[in-house]
Design a binder for this molecule. Structure first.
Ligand SMILES: [Ca+2]
Ligand SMILES: [Ca+2]
Ligand SMILES: [Ca+2]
Ligand SMILES: [Ca+2]
Length: 387
């Protein structure tokens, strides 16, 4: 049956150009839905012949994992904006056979460990490995040989708003037989703060790995407020001192005997920000590792330069001409070194005021002069406008 707008009483009196506009909009909406549905069903579209990567379906790899989000009074998006951040992935050769195995942390469910049996086939060994840990709110995963025995271990951060033992971070020491023993308390790294991630680094170059842990305050009312204080001389400055014992990132020194000591205060790591991730690299070319921390919301990122005496100094303000708000941790820092020169690039993300994400690319061709940091990307004009 042919359709005529005038044949429907409800449409009488509406100008034809409005009707046509309405019908066109509806048609486009229907078309969009169809395209979306088609796209979602076409997951197995063959990649181009020259594609660098090939998708390996979970049916072939036996990698079956889905992070779990069990909502309750403390764990929900209203009270905890980090609730749906997701967990982490650790790439680790647990049995030193040269094949990389995979560990996944699940926010409120069981973590999973998959043994790589070759030919991209994996076996779920969670049940026997001793790493499931369904308790608590798991976040970032770090892989390192924490006790220096030649076998990789796993450090898992835990967060959430609720204080208690289920928020303490976990250290799985490799038993060298495809099982692990949770040993965070014994090693002194069972950080009770809300932690998002961690880095192992040898900050004192004594041959063992020390630990930087990213923590964040649970008072999210501070997320968009600039906390200012007036000094005795009248000068108004930003206050980023921790308000509670759990707010600050922490630094743990490896004592070389299977224990760590929290040396945060001595090392100059006393802060309050909503950190999401960090990377470690020798920023200034003095062989001592430095730490760059990506902070969410209003607080600036940290660039902790290693003072080579057991302390760090945040030099972000004097090293960058521009810094992102809401740094989400999408940072990449690569380096190529020659005898006389080191070059690197760093990509970070920034939310603009209208909510759209913009990427800025920074390049520095000489670590001898970090002040020469310059913006170099298609977003030059935008970057320049924000400086
Ligand atoms: Ca392996
Ligand atoms: Ca080990
Ligand atoms: Ca060390
Ligand atoms: Ca350094």
């Amino acid at each position: 049956m042919a359709f005529s707008p005038a044949s429907l009483p409800i449409l009488k009196g509406i100008p034809h150009f409005l009707l046509l506009s309405l019908l066109f909009t509806l048609a486009m909406a229907c078309g969009d839905k169809k395209d979306t549905k088609t796209a979602s069903m076409d997951e197995d579209i063959a990649p181009p012949a020259d594609a660098l990567f090939q998708k390996v379906p979970s049916s072939a790899s036996n990698l079956h994992f889905k992070t779990q989000f069990q909502e309750d009074f403390f764990n929900n998006i209203v009270r905890n904006p980090n609730f749906y951040n997701g967990g982490g992935v650790g790439i680790i050769d647990i049995n030193n056979d040269g094949l990389q195995d995979l560990f996944f942390s699940s926010t409120t469910g069981e973590c999973k460990l998959f043994l790589n049996e070759g030919n991209l086939k994996f076996r779920d060994i969670t049940a026997t490995a001793g790493v499931a840990t369904p308790e608590g709110f798991k976040t970032g995963v770090s892989v390192a040989d924490v006790n220096g025995d030649g076998w990789s271990d796993i450090y898992v951060c835990r967060a959430g708003l609720k204080e208690g033992d289920q928020r303490r971070n976990l250290l799985f020491i490799n038993n060298k037989d495809n099982t692990f023993t949770e040993s965070a308390k014994a090693y002194g790294v069972d950080d009770p703060s809300p932690s998002n991630h961690s880095n192992f680094l040898d900050y004192d170059l004594d041959g063992d790995l020390d630990l930087y842990v990213i923590n964040f305050p649970t008072d999210f009312s501070l997320a968009h407020k600039m906390d200012l204080e007036q000094l005795p001389d009248g000068k108004i400055v930003r206050n980023t001192k921790p308000r509670t014992e759990f707010d600050s990132d922490r630094f743990y020194r490896n004592n070389g005997n299977g224990t760590f000591t929290d040396v945060s205060k001595q090392a100059g790591i006393q802060n309050r920000a909503f950190g999401l991730s960090s990377i470690v690299q020798d920023w200034n070319g003095d062989r001592y590792p430095d730490i760059l921390v990506a902070n969410d919301y209003i607080e600036p990122d940290f660039l902790y330069i290693n003072n080579r005496n057991g302390t760090f100094t945040d030099q972000a303000k004097t090293s960058f001409r521009h810094m992102s708000n809401h740094t989400m941790g999408r940072m990449r820092w690569t380096s190529t070194a020659t005898a006389s020169r080191i070059s690197w690039d760093w990509i970070c993300s920034r939310k603009t005021t209208n909510g759209k994400r913009t990427e800025y690319r920074y390049e520095n061709r000489s670590v001898q002069n970090a002040q020469q940091l310059r913006v170099s990307s298609a977003n030059d004009a935008q970057c320049a406008a924000t400086q």
